[in-house]
Design a protein around this ligand. Sequence first.
Ligand SMILES: Nc1ncnc2c1ncn2[C@@H]1O[C@H](COP(=O)(O)OP(=O)(O)OP(=O)(O)O)[C@@H](O)[C@H]1O
Length: 663
Amino acid sequence: MFTKDHHSSRIRAAVESLAAAPPQIPGHIIDSWLRCMRDYDLDPDALPEACIVPRIDLESRQYKLAQVLNEAKAEMTNLVQQIAGSSYAIMLADADGVVMNCLGDPGFTHAASKAGMMSGAVWSERHQGTNGMGTALLEKRPTVVQRYEHFLFRNTGLTCAAAPIFDTDGKVLAVLDVSGETHLAPRHVLDLVSMSVHAIENRIFVKCFQGKRFMHFHSRPEFVGTLSAGILALDEDDCILGATRHAQLQLDVEARALIGQPLERFFNVSFESLSREVVRPNRQITPVFDARLGRRFFAFGAEPGARIIVPAGAVVRVSPSFAQPNQNYMEGANPRSPLQQLQYGPDAAMTRIIAAATRVLERDVPILLRGETGTGKEMFAKALHRSSRRADCPFVAINCASIPEALIEAELFGYKSGAFTGASKEGQRGKIFQANGGTLFLDEIGDMPFALQARLLRVLEEREVTPLGSETPVGIDIRLVSATHCDLLAKIESREFREDLYYRLQGLTLMLPPLRERGDRRELIAHLLRREQSDGVALSMTPELLDALDSYRWPGNVRQLRNVLRTMVALRSADLLTLEDLPPEIAQCLVPRSAMQDCVQNADLELNPLKSAEREALLQVLHAARWNISTVARQLDVGRNTLYRKLERLHIDLSNAKKPLKP
Ligand SMILES: Nc1ncnc2c1ncn2[C@@H]1O[C@H](COP(=O)(O)OP(=O)(O)OP(=O)(O)O)[C@@H](O)[C@H]1O
């Protein structure tokens, strides 16, 4: 145990006379201490303020790193389970050392956030001195930093194990870290972190080359299909499209020398000869030879669509039929924009409105969002803003229904000092001006006082605001998004809403579907439940509960669903939620599942006998699989999209099938 003085004199002595540094201090730690003193001018005793990036910066970094974060999620949850019970935080930071995601032991993550271990905190070496994430990013290799190896005395309570995540060209994308106050066996933890990093890299690789053929290989047969195996992605002509880091290591060739080359230049096999083995019940591996050096490897080939082995550390503990995120929607070769992330699975209405909004994203078209309360209109407006080039400028929301009528004018347009009794001396910039360069979201626009509507219209037409008490207009550049749950046409009819303003607001009107009509409801439930498990505890639910939540009518839409899940999580007796956890007011409204089938049986159909028989057969399979589309797709060995097309052709309407007959 060192005192503060001891700690800093030990570092200074080691840096000043490298030869005299105690041998137990590893070389990479001394190198890092040197950088801290000479390059960053840090003081071991200093207590610098934790550096936290602004929220908007964090969100844009998370957006850029979306694919890595998506693929890392499951692995981080695995890690949580593997080191459960210790006081630790598991963090993923981007290549600049900014923490993107932080999970861990609930007791510790609270204390950890005080030590700056939280989303948005910067753990680069420059900011925090020698530390797991910052030093691993610079060293570009898995790194342990134990207590007094930290440069800043204030971090010496921690032990960190971190490993960088690379892309296939060797560029560092991010870093995964486990940091704790307890003295975890650091080498063991580093092994776990390194395994998770390999699993994440493999997942990203497989996702990037989705639909391609893969060859898995290793020099030892027992390692084929494990994390240490190499994976090559191949096109139909056996040409190499990509290679994982392990593939490059084993072949001792860099990606750029592999890509575009025929497979036969490196192995004495064709993909055909390998994949023939895969159809056998027990996946066989085939001995193959390195075409250049004659070394022996073992390999198997996986056809596109075949279940690809993405070796992972441990299996995530979720109930087997709990809706997993729909792979096609949650992930993809390209990161999804914040708008696209609002869709969790197949749903025609969401696809349509997201596509329409994306088309006008960079055009000066005002958007009017309609939809029942709680359908996510404000979330949609925010996502629209974050997906556009205005993302770095303000998003300003104003709820026209909740501001007293007397204040709304000042709130919107601002005022000069002394404009009215009670006005502040300095005056105030109105919300419209605050949104300059960004997005102004007018929620509950139907409740805007009639008299004000004319002023708003003028602002929109002339693109300038004149604060109360002023005569000088100020030019503005805003994107306008408004929202309402009421029928504006009826309000126009009753002379409560100006028709000219209505047409000015609705350059594009988008109707958000109620939750009960969304085809991605089950995936949305799964997503919201995952959001509630921020303390790192893996929550799951029984299939019965998922069915029940799926079939409820949700008058309060996504807001109500989120609140119900939040309550269930808070009051739960175990991490596996069951029907018992349902709030009574929801449980009372449920209808037995058998009653739900009628609507699909009695559809008014015009199908030929063959199609009718196919429909019957498919209904039976769906029924047996509890209407789980992924299960059915797997059983029938077709893709989910093909299955959805088939359902449509055979007039099987899933959302009807699952809806209760009465709310
Ligand atoms: N697509 C979504 N994904 C995750 N959560 C959502 C989604 N849509 C809505 N929510 C949740 O529901 C809550 C309500 O959403 P939001 O305020 O955007 O709805 P709204 O339609 O604007 O409601 P209101 O009409 O009552 O103002 C949000 O706080 C959010 O937690």
